[in-house]
Design a protein. Structure first.
Ligand code: 5GP
Ligand code: ZN
Length: 143
């Protein structure tokens, strides 16, 4: 854990998030400044800065969560998605805690992954989307 890291604070519940799903080692929540509706971040609960430093077991769990969230995005929102990892500063990593972006995509949405423009979205809407996605994971994966 890093006491300064915002994602560690989210893991420790010191900072709130719109949580979608969690496992023993991973957590998925909505990006607070989404580039698309249901833009989700999947992170390890342990503070790990980059993918090269990530234990294979944790990485496997992260990818299993990515698959679940991706399934919901495809089925519920009828969207494709980009899975983005900004690994290191030159690659655009601002938060130094490993995270995968899942960015829903539909034809003609105009989103460009390296020049991200964020959506105007309010807290109520984020809360509603997180609830809906959590519910869909339980329904689709019968959890
Ligand atoms: P990066 O450029 O490091 O790959 O992206 C960091 C992402 O974290 C950004 O998309 C940003 O909107 C998101 N983010 C930053 N602070 C917070 C926060 O406190 N809560 C949530 N949910 N997302 C955050
Ligand atoms: Zn951290």
């Amino acid at each position: 854990m890093s006491s300064e890291c915002i994602f560690c604070k989210i893991v420790k519940k010191e900072v709130p998030c719109y949580k979608i799903y969690e496992t023993e080692k991973a957590i998925a929540f909505l990006d607070i400044n989404p580039v698309a509706k249901a833009h989700t971040l999947v992170i390890p609960k342990k503070h790990i800065e980059r993918i090269e430093l990530c234990d294979d077991e944790i990485l496997k769990e992260l990818m299993m969560v990515v698959k679940k969230v991706g399934t919901v995005i495809a089925k519920t929102y009828h969207s494709d998605f980009n899975l983005v990892l900004n690994n290191g500063e030159s690659a655009g990593q601002l938060i130094k805690h490993l995270h995968f972006h899942i960015i829903p995509r539909v034809k003609g949405d105009g989103i460009t992954i390296d020049k991200q423009r964020t959506l105007e979205i309010d807290k109520k809407e984020l809360e509603k989307i997180a609830k809906e996605m959590a519910e869909q994971i339980r329904r689709i994966f019968k959890e």
